[in-house]
Design a protein around this ligand. Structure first.
Ligand SMILES: Cc1cc2nc3c(=O)[nH]c(=O)nc-3n(C[C@H](O)[C@H](O)[C@H](O)COP(=O)(O)OP(=O)(O)OC[C@H]3O[C@@H](n4cnc5c(N)ncnc54)[C@H](O)[C@@H]3O)c2cc1C
Length: 271
């Protein structure tokens, strides 16, 4: 068997693709119609519209526009402290993520409340020449060595070759008359062949969640007990979200462990 040249990935690419924004004209019109004070400067402070969405929605409950706490940071901290998390559901962030393994996405999609997923199909998209994700432990110098790297690479080569052989063989043998459309036959072949692909097979997905759900996901998957690959991704997402919405994610503390990996812990747990 010829040695295959495989694309082996060491870490994901994460793109923050979608965010929630405010239509300030409409907000101003609503406040004027209600005869309450115009948009306070505190809400419009800074570029962080996600925090403004949280404040605008939270103030609906008591129609407290222009009253009470004047500082948006103070306002948001108080919501987190009191675990008034439902208003965080008004703000969504969407990410395109590539270079992650199927084992990671199997864990990711267990997070249900407030999440939406669109993942590349292994039935439609041919996986001949698929990339594979090297588990972080095998990238980590403390754990990895030539022997384990060789064993891992060999397993991926064998799986990739078996997949291609199965696809080719089924392409030759599967009776075309059994299928109404060519696409159905193509799908039938790939859905059978994919069974020999390993958990490390690379996948790509678009995932959107609201802030309450992202906070819960990051809290659950950034502990020392979480798998290294999903933990690394959760902390990368956290870093992007802290930059994007510091008032909504700034209470997470990131620490490095002796093994070189990181964990993150929120000041306000499960709001
Ligand atoms: C370190 C670690 C190890 C794990 N090991 C395993 C394992 O070995 N096997 C395994 O199967 N899973 C395992 N899991 C997955 C885990 O059990 C959860 O399925 C996953 O973390 C999603 O959590 P969640 O249900 O809280 O999240 P979500 O589905 O996003 O739900 C968020 C919250 O909404 C509420 N909620 C959601 N749905 C309902 C509902 N139907 N009824 C009532 N309340 C609801 C709950 O309060 C819940 O915490 C592990 C998770 C972690 C972090």
């Amino acid at each position: 068997m010829n040695k295959k040249e495989l694309d082996m990935l060491k870490q994901p690419e994460i793109y923050l693709t979608t965010r929630t924004s405010v239509d300030w004209t409409q907000v101003a019109e609503f406040l004027a119609d209600q005869g309450v004070p115009p948009i306070p400067d505190s809400i419009r402070a800074g570029k962080d519209e996600s925090a403004a969405v949280v404040e605008i929605s939270a103030r609906m409950c008591y129609m407290s526009y222009g009253r009470g706490r004047k500082d948006i940071a103070d306002f948001i901290n108080n919501l987190l402290y009191r675990k008034d998390g439902s208003v965080l559901e008004h703000v969504n962030f969407g990410f395109v993520i590539t270079g992650i393994s199927r084992s990671l996405t199997h864990e990711l999609i267990r997070h249900r409340a407030g999440f939406a997923y669109s993942q590349r199909s292994q039935r439609y998209v041919d996986e001949s020449g698929a990339s594979f994700v090297i588990p972080p432990a095998l990238v980590n110098e403390t754990f990895s060595n030539d022997k384990v790297n060789e064993l891992f690479n060999k397993a991926m080569e064998n799986a990739s070759t078996s997949y291609e052989e199965l696809v080719n063989s089924l392409e030759e043998s599967l009776d075309e008359s059994l299928f109404e459309k060519k696409t159905d036959r193509r799908k039938a072949i790939r859905q059978a062949a994919r069974s020999v692909l390993p958990n490390a097979t690379e996948t790509k997905l678009f995932v959107t969640a609201n802030v309450r759900a992202w906070r819960h996901f990051i809290e659950m998957r950034s502990t020392p007990y979480a798998d290294w690959e999903i933990r690394r991704m959760a902390i990368q997402i956290l870093n992007l979200l802290v930059k994007e919405a510091p008032l909504l994610f700034g209470d997470f503390k990131i620490e490095e462990l002796p093994d070189g990996t990181s964990i993150a812990t929120p000041l306000h747990s499960k709001v």
